[in-house]
Design a protein. Structure first.
Length: 315
């Protein structure tokens, strides 16, 4: 675990799963024992390996300029790279498990997302690509805030089995930690207000379309009732827990002239510290001979009710 002065911490994580029974055809619907809702999270996970790599690529090309002109920002960028690289590795591991357990073509779907992002690179200039990264980081930070600091997010946590609950909490809190980095790089390069607003409108529609399309394919492969699944999807996003409705004010703030991701962040430090305590209690924390700390997320740790003292205050 490497900590920078800016509060961005590069944590090492290991994910472990229950052993799969030989020839088992009964996958674990780990979110509320609901197949359609579990597949929402699987659809999101498919986008992360290629997405996180894209984020790094769009920032790293400016590395020498940032290092020379903004050394403090460069320190943050380095920690951002380390966090994103770990996110990529863990979601690749989880996606491989999903492929074995649910028999979804996860690697093919990951490749399709990568191809989409390659098209983005072909058609957008470098600053616009960086704007895409800043917009998607705004998305992930906002969704992370919903998960960690809203009644709907608490409900999602309570309905999630381990080790998946810890995985999403860890990912969410790190998105909050580095939420300003790509935006600050974009501002350093004078990317401009109009460009980031137009790109956000493009990114929002494209991201929601891609995730929904992937989810639709996953439920179809499982032969779930499409009408019932769509109803659950819409309720999940718009009503209870209402993830998109809770996210909307954060999304809208992007369009305020002069906006910066540190707005509305007054208690995020204490929020992150609270969840770090939760993760330490809800996982095994190991140290190797060099003193490197690793969080090990396993399926056998306590349920949310047993550690509810660390739940967000807004209930």
């Amino acid at each position: 675990m490497v900590k920078a002065d800016n509060g961005i911490v590069a944590r090492s994580v290991r994910l472990e799963f229950e052993k799969l029974a030989e020839g088992s055809n009964s996958p674990l619907d780990w979110y509320d024992n609901d197949a359609a809702l579990t597949e929402i999270f699987h659809a999101l996970s498919i986008t992360f390996p290629a997405g996180e790599t894209f984020f790094i690529d769009t920032v790293v090309r400016y590395g020498s300029r940032i290092k020379e002109k903004r050394p403090e920002l460069w320190k943050q960028v380095q920690q951002f790279f380390k966090q994103e690289a770990m996110h990529t590795a863990i979601h690749e591991q989880w996606n491989a498990r999903i492929e074995r357990e649910f028999h979804h073509p996860m690697s093919q779907l990951e490749d399709a997302v990568e191809r989409r992002l390659k098209r983005v690179k072909r058609f957008l200039d470098h600053r616009s690509q960086l704007a895409v990264t800043a917009c998607l980081e705004h998305f992930t930070a906002g969704l992370g805030k919903v998960l960690l600091d809203s009644p709907g997010g608490t409900q999602v946590q309570m309905k999630s089995k381990q080790p998946f609950r810890s995985l999403w909490i860890w990912h969410a809190l790190e998105e909050l930690e580095h939420k300003s980095v790509s935006f600050d790089v974009y501002e350093f390069l004078n990317g401009g207000y109009l460009r980031r607003c137009l790109v956000m409108l493009f990114v929002t529609g494209k991201f929601m379309f891609v995730v929904t399309k992937i989810w639709w394919g996953l439920i179809a492969r499982r032969k779930l009732s499409r009408l019932a699944s769509v109803r659950k999807y819409l309720l999940f996003m718009l009503w209870n827990p209402g993830i998109l409705v809770r996210f909307f004010p954060h999304w809208l703030a992007w369009f305020i002239p002069g906006y910066h991701p540190t707005w509305f962040s007054s208690h995020e430090g204490s929020l992150i510290n609270r969840y770090i305590k939760l993760l330490k209690r809800d996982s095994e924390v190991t140290k190797d001979s060099r003193g490197k700390t690793t969080f090990v997320f396993r399926p056998s740790f306590p349920t949310f009710a047993a550690i509810g003292a660390f739940a967000p205050a807004k209930l």
